[in-house]
Ligand binder design. Structure first.
Ligand code: FMN
Length: 265
């Protein structure tokens, strides 16, 4: 019997193939990690720009152009316990999602409609100031449960800190064509100009079932997603949560009081 036909040869050959493949896969994973992190970072910037209306949905921009447009923003670390900006906090390499899972860097939340269990002590917000140093745009991260998944996105507020400039989701696992329509540019185009807060300063924005009126007549409501009422409710809940007291509410209040930032334009 030739040695190649022996069972021990087959086992040794398979084991050798397994080892070679394992080494190849793990070295690819390690060597690509840095690139993946850089791409994830670039993607985050693209989505901040999309929410802010500074990049069209169909626009494909090279890295340099994204960096250049994103350069208009200041990233600030917000202490969600106080609503203060924390200038001493170094956001380099900070991952709010990881911090949120760690009980030493996050706060437990009472039961809420967005099904947020904990919020990180520090969240990252993006401010754009005009030449006089006044706030022009504020972009905030939002997240909350849809039907199948946690959806992650950004909402942009104008200088009055109540008018929505845009909404963009960059990660979710909702069904394409149903809940996945949160990504649909036509649906997202319904958001700019809607008002997140009522006159008492409560976040009242709502995705309704059916069609909402035009922005001027129906500023607090947005068209529903047909066949995806649960995802749509998730969008309402997460916006109310993050724009409310337990999310960025105190930070937004502070910005409003700060040197007359709550302009009505
Ligand atoms: C395969 C499948 C996928 C679905 N995906 C979603 C979804 O992503 N988001 C959602 O809210 N509802 C989804 N639904 C529908 C929900 O189960 C539920 O029927 C719906 O949210 C009710 O909304 P409606 O009152 O607008 O019909 C899905 C249903 C099926 C059968």
């Amino acid at each position: 019997m030739k040695s190649r036909n022996l069972p021990s040869y087959t086992v040794a050959f398979s084991a050798a193939i397994c080892v070679v493949c394992a080494v190849l896969v793990s070295s690819a994973a390690v060597s690509l990690r840095e690139k993946q992190t850089a791409n994830a970072e670039l993607d985050r910037k693209r989505n901040v720009l999309r929410a802010a209306g500074m990049m069209r949905e169909d626009e494909v921009l090279p890295r340099e152009e994204v960096e250049q447009r994103f350069g208009a923003f200041q990233m600030v670390a917000v202490d969600l316990r106080t609503g203060e900006e924390d200038a001493d906090f170094d956001p380099t390499g900070y991952d709010p999602r990881r911090a949120q899972l760690d009980p030493t860097s996050s706060l437990p939340m009472p039961r809420n409609d967005a099904q947020i269990m904990r919020v990180p002590y520090h969240a990252l917000a993006y401010k754009m100031l005009n030449e006089e140093g006044k706030l022009e745009l504020l972009v905030l991260p939002i997240e909350g449960k849809g039907l199948w998944s946690t959806m992650y996105g950004f909402v942009a507020l104008g200088p009055d800190l109540r008018t929505i400039r845009g909404l963009a989701y960059y990660q979710h696992g909702e069904t394409p064509g149903l809940g996945g329509e949160v990504d649909n540019p036509r649906w997202k185009a319904l958001w700019p100009g809607r008002e997140a807060y009522n006159d008492e300063g409560e976040p009242v924005i709502e995705v309704i079932r059916g069609a909402a009126g035009p922005v001027e007549a129906d500023p607090h409501r947005v068209d529903g997603l047909s066949g995806a009422t649960i995802t749509a409710r998730g969008v309402t809940a997460m916006l109310r949560f993050w724009l409310g007291e337990q999310g960025f509410g105190r930070f937004i209040d502070r910005l409003r009081k700060e040197d007359g930032n709550a302009r009505t334009t």
